[in-house]
Design a protein around this ligand. Structure first.
Ligand code: C2E
Ligand code: MG
Ligand code: MG
Length: 743
């Protein structure tokens, strides 16, 4: 007895002195006393009782009828009693009423009847608030003979664990939403719902800033007391505080109200979460969780907005802010659906600037960009808020105007007029005229792609008819286009079938009278239509890309011919070969030329490649590089049709040319037309200044030849001397070996 009271006293003293000491430390202490004194049975009983009363878990025993036989302090205190004696003999029905007691009695009865323990059962606590959870274990209570006489229960408070589990699952779902990048409103909706599930009796509402001084509800499911609420705030930086006060003013004073800010990484306010609990404060773990969830929500919304911005950028042209092709298709589809529904028309205009390339190449890309921005702004201004505008290529725009009426053409003309007014770009006054093609829904097509293709066709018609105008689509254009397609197919076959051939036109030195070169000119010997001139198929071959193959064939054929003539004993002459822009843009051109020269064995100095000014102007820098590559091979370069393009003196100086070919249009009326005479004389002296040879094209009369000789022109080419003819016919004109030596 002495030991027992000693032990207990020491245990209590120990607890008082060291309230933080753990049970194991206490047991250590008890064990040490035991080692010194040795236990009695009574000692053991009291120790057990002391230990049981000491643990924070709930421990009790009940008889077969659910009456308490024994319970530890934790149970006694939890039931608001002061001693275990008050509890003994009572049932849960006496303590909590039938509603709460029945489910517990049912479990305990099962354990008693089956003799099987029920371990780890989680249940809501009968006391201590709606969010308090216990983990219960119940085992049968047996007497010394092993007969079941009741039940022993032990339970543990798992509220904190339970809360953190739920919060982790909410957190996981938030992360999932971030990854899935759900739209912002859906995110807020789900976020609110998740928080309401995470704790009992929580109500949430989500507000988003509207303008500078207002908060508006953003969640669909809204507590009744907040319905249709707009809250004016003095300042977004104190919005949370103002919202809290506002919400609190609508609530009972015992309710808990908190407003949590959801902020972007740059500090701006995405949303305000308003949280209310009825008549109680939240668990601390829940409050902490809400704070971190709000941070997570901030990240989520940042991500969502970034996604939105990326989508905007993907659909809009960075330079002009207009829609891009994809965005246009998307919007146009919607407009057409609506127009079909309402029975209205929609105008689709395809706009191509006429001289943009030139401006870009001569004034630089910055000026070009600036002009495009100006034009884009003009288009947007002119069509107003109803229409949509897109930039779908370098200088190609599309305008869509719903509800197009009878004055369609007039409107399009007005648009053309405002685009081609003068724009002030980097101190230059520039005019970019526009070629416009129009197609109308539903008259000309039903789908965006069909309407765009037909507006494009109409635009091409404008270009062909002299640019700077408007053309409305007509069905014969589509027919023409399909004929064009057939023709292209025919052209492709022609190359494989060997339907192309070369004619040669002689070029003569005016002073010596000697033939110095021939120009190779391609012909298409069509099986049914006969001989077709190059102007009737070269543009088409350029468009389809076939010109690369055709051009390579012409080059090889011409070089081989030149070499054959030399091998046959004729004095070498220059072989002129025309080159189109498409070929010149091909990075493989120089290699191809070198290859052909090697294969045919023609000395490069006898090859003269003819290029035009417009070819060079397409991309000056690239053209200069290509020209330099070719001259490095030893090939000569002649500038064809000179005078019809835009070349300026300063540009000519940059090009490694050896010859200028004056365009036929200046020769036709000279020497009678004084203007032409002056131009031709000027070109000749210009060429001389630059150290270039000069040849006049299209010389048909002796008078023209005389004038050119007196003006200092080196060479002539034209019907006067000879038409383009098959190689056999040209041979008669070629100088023999001997005359070459006199050159
Ligand atoms: P071009 O290079 O300026 O060729 C001269 C054109 O003027 C030839 O027309 C020729 O027949 C014509 N011509 C020559 N002298 C006279 C004359 O005294 N009076 C008149 N009225 N015309 C004359 P063609 O053969 O129809 O060639 C037209 C154009 O087709 C060529 O103009 C050239 O740009 C292009 N071309 C011809 N062959 C080829 C080729 O193999 N490749 C490429 N890319 N273009 C070619
Ligand atoms: Mg030529
Ligand atoms: Mg020419």
């Amino acid at each position: 007895m002495r030991i027992e009271s000693d032990l207990l006293r020491n245990l209590l003293v120990c607890q008082e002195e060291q309230p933080t000491s753990t049970l194991s430390q206490d047991l250590e202490y008890v064990a040490s006393l035991l080692r010194e004194n040795g236990p009695t049975l009574a000692d053991r009983y009291s120790w057990l009782e002391a230990m049981i009363n000491h643990v924070p878990d709930y421990i009790y025993a009940k008889d077969l009828n659910g009456r308490f036989l024994f319970a530890n302090n934790a149970v006694v205190l939890n039931n608001g009693l002061s001693s275990v004696d008050e509890l003994i003999g009572l049932t849960d029905y006496d303590l909590h009423g039938p509603e709460l007691a029945a489910p517990i009695a049912e479990i305990e009865q099962r354990v008693i009847e089956s003799g099987i323990a029920d371990l780890g059962y989680e249940e809501r606590a009968l006391k201590g608030g709606p969010d308090r959870w216990l983990m219960m274990s119940r085992v049968p209570l047996k007497d010394s003979e092993g007969k079941i006489v009741g039940v022993v229960g032990a339970s543990r408070d798992i509220t904190a664990r339970k809360m953190s589990e739920r919060l982790m699952s909410v957190q996981a779902q938030l992360l999932e939403m971030i990854i899935a990048a759900v739209p912002a409103n859906e995110f807020f909706e789900t976020f609110s719902a998740l928080l309401e599930k995470a704790a009992a009796d929580v109500e949430t509402a989500m507000f988003v800033p509207h303008g500078k001084a207002e908060l508006r509800l953003a969640s669909r499911s809204v507590p009744g007391w907040l319905k249709d609420t707009r809250v004016s705030v003095a300042d977004m930086s104190t919005a949370a505080h103002e919202m809290e006060q506002f919400a609190a003013s609508l609530r009972h004073p015992r309710d808990y109200v908190r407003s949590v800010e959801i902020r972007a990484s740059d500090g701006s306010l995405h949303a305000l979460l308003v949280l209310t609990l009825f008549g109680r404060s939240p668990e601390p773990s829940f409050s902490e969780f809400v704070t971190s969830a709000a941070r997570l929500a901030g990240i989520a919304v940042d991500r969502i907005l970034a996604e939105k911005r990326i989508r905007f950028l993907a659909e809009h042209d960075a330079l002009t802010g207009l829609l891009k092709r994809d965005g246009l298709d998307h919007k146009l589809k919607g407009i057409l659906t609506q127009a079909a529904h309402e029975g209205t028309r929609v105008a689709v205009a395809f706009i191509d600037l006429d001289n943009f390339k030139l401006i870009n190449d001569t004034l630089g890309h910055d000026a070009g960009d600036e002009l495009l921005r100006e034009v884009a702004a003009t288009i947007a201004d002119t069509i107003g808020p109803e229409g949509i505008a897109a930039r779908i290529g370098g200088d190609e725009f599309v305008v869509v105007v719903p509800g197009a009426g009878e004055d369609l053409m007039a409107q399009a003309q007005q648009l053309r007029g405002s685009i081609s007014r003068l724009h002030l770009v980097e101190g230059h006054e520039l005019r970019a005229t526009a070629s416009i093609g129009l197609a109308v829904f539903p008259d000309h097509g039903a789908s965006p792609s069909q309407l765009l293709a037909r507006a494009d066709l109409a635009m091409y018609r404008t270009k062909r008819d002299g640019r700077d105008g408007v053309t409305l689509f007509a069905f014969d254009m589509a027919q023409e286009a399909s004929q064009k397609l057939l023709r292209q197919e025919e052209l492709r076959r022609a190359l494989n079938r060997g339907e192309f051939l070369l004619h040669y036109q002689p070029q003569k030195n005016l002073r010596t009278g000697v033939i110095t070169g021939v120009e190779a000119l391609v012909r298409w010997n069509h099986p049914t239509e006969g001989m077709i001139a190059p102007c009737n198929f070269i543009p088409m071959a350029e468009e389809s890309g076939l010109i690369l193959e055709l051009g390579a064939w012409v080059l090889e054929r011409a070089c081989r011919q030149g070499k054959d003539w030399q091998d046959a004993g004729f004095a070498p002459v220059k072989i002129g070969v025309n080159m189109s822009a498409r070929q010149f843009q091909d990075t493989g051109l120089t290699e191809m030329v070198a290859d052909v020269l090697a294969r045919t064995g023609l000395d490069p100095r006898w090859l003269e490649i003819e290029i035009t000014e417009s070819l060079i102007m397409k991309d000056i820098d690239a053209a200069v590089i290509r020209m330099e590559e070719l001259t490095t091979l030893g090939v000569a370069l002649a500038l064809d049709d000179f005078g019809t393009g835009y070349s300026s003196l300063s540009m000519l100086k940059r090009f490694p040319l050896s010859k200028l070919k004056i365009d036929r249009s200046f020769i036709v009326e000279s020497p009678n037309n004084p203007d032409d005479r002056a131009i031709v004389s000027a070109i000749i002296s210009l060429a001389k200044t630059l150290g270039l040879d000069v040849l006049a094209e299209g010389v048909e009369t002796e008078a023209q030849a005389q004038f050119l000789l007196s003006a200092g022109c080196d060479e002539v080419q034209g019907f006067l001397l000879g038409r383009p003819e098959p190689p056999e016919a040209i041979e008669r004109l070629l100088p023999g070996e001997k005359s070459n030596q006199t050159l």
